[in-house]
Design a protein around this ligand. Structure first.
Ligand SMILES: Cc1cc2nc3c(=O)[nH]c(=O)nc-3n(C[C@H](O)[C@H](O)[C@H](O)COP(=O)(O)O)c2cc1C
Length: 357
């Protein structure tokens, strides 16, 4: 197995791209400067918004970084269900004194325009979420010198990633915060997500390309564990939500370790696709009947989430978090990378001392 190019980033630590204003250029720059791989999240942005962030990041660091894209989504199977959900959310809209969003606000996330920008202005790394890009797309990125990664949540999806020609696969366990990057949203598969250690081992035996492990990783010892299981690097999201430079709302950062939020759940309540968040009032009330309709539901609830954040009401916000959220540390991102790297070194030393006994 080839490995992830360690000349790109000396520590095997990737800061997850986090759409919604979390993975801002300051965060990515701090991570890359510390020897991890910082990432920008192009999801929900315009192509120009993405380009401006890349320019800003290039002004902050000369180190390599990545940009993450969302794949266009197929038509929603049952548009009527979105109408019913809108009806069920009417009380939320009047409570937050706002309107619901237009569920038909687009389903391709400006994919082609963003790709055009990334081909004209190549970046070191591009990753993809919610599907597999066409072979030609991965090929054209390779031709401009970009290293490509694609998320998979099963061994079967990882094989599809390899067949398409990606350089590496991100194995995303069910513990992961935010959206599961399953290639298709299959409601029948709800509740069947694979845990990270099991997934890394399965993916490792299914493909020859390097594997980046994501989901619930908060400590260097866990990074050592996924490396020992065959991963080439670890991708951490929730751990970096809490970092000083993260653009997450202050209430989101506080909620990660607050005794008010003891559990996470995969829910469609906020976006219509399974995503892991801290269990709050909105998730509890609307999760049970939210339809499988992404990104329709994302567009529908956007004004509600915005109004809740503005009102300082964390019970109405999407508090994306992985299962390890209580172990979050509020540190400058560069320091967090250093702490993770030294925990990793200690765990590896302990493992090899164990080997020697
Ligand atoms: C706030 C938040 C936003 C996220 N947004 C994205 C995204 O835009 N693109 C993506 O590929 N993954 C996204 N993810 C998922 C991460 O890539 C990664 O799989 C996950 O954070 C790993 O689990 P952890 O949060 O427990 O570390 C997001 C995760 C979080 C917590």
């Amino acid at each position: 197995m080839s490995s992830v190019p360690t000349d790109l980033f000396p520590h095997p630590i990737v800061q997850a791209p986090m759409a919604g204003g979390v993975a801002v250029p300051q965060l990515a720059a701090a991570v890359s400067e510390a020897g991890g791989l910082g990432f920008l999240a192009a999801g929900y942005k315009t192509a120009d918004g993405m380009y401006q962030e890349i320019k800003q990041l290039r002004g902050l660091t000369a180190q390599p970084f990545g940009v993450n894209l969302f794949l266009p989504q197929p038509e929603t199977a049952d548009p009527a269900a979105v109408g019913v959900y809108a009806h069920q959310l009417a009380g939320e809209a009047s409570w937050y004194e706002t309107e619901l969003g237009d569920p038909d606000s687009g389903r391709d996330d400006g994919y082609d325009a963003k790709l055009a920008v990334l081909l004209d202005n190549p970046v070191p790394v591009v990753s993809f979420h919610f599907g597999v890009p066409a072979c030609e797309v991965l090929d054209s990125l390779r031709r401009v010198g970009t290293y490509t990664l694609v998320t998979a949540t099963t061994a079967e999806e990882a094989r599809a990633v390899e067949r398409a020609g990606a350089d590496a696969v991100i194995a995303q366990g069910v513990e992961a915060g935010g959206h599961q990057g399953a290639h298709r949203d299959v409601p029948e598969a709800d509740g069947s997500g694979v845990g990270l250690l099991s997934l890394v081992a399965q993916v490792r035996e299914s493909v020859g390309i390097p594997v980046v492990a994501a989901g619930g990783i908060m400590r260097g010892g866990q990074i050592a564990a996924v490396l020992a299981a065959g991963a080439a690097a670890a991708q951490l999201g929730t751990a970096f939500v809490a970092a000083h430079e993260s653009g997450a709302h202050a209430l989101h950062k506080q909620a990660l370790t607050s005794p008010l939020y003891v559990r996470t759940e995969l829910t469609r309540a906020f976006s219509g696709r399974p995503a892991r968040a801290l269990v709050n009032r909105f998730l509890r009330e609307h999760g049970p009947y939210a339809p499988a309709a992404y990104p329709d539901v994302h567009h529908l609830t956007a004004p509600l989430r915005k109004a809740a954040a503005k009102a300082g009401d964390a019970q109405g916000m999407a508090l994306w978090a992985g299962q390890g959220h209580r172990m979050a540390r509020e540190l400058p991102a560069g320091q967090l990378v250093e702490v993770l790297a030294s925990e990793l070194a200690a765990a590896r030393a302990a493992l090899s001392a164990g080997d020697a006994r």
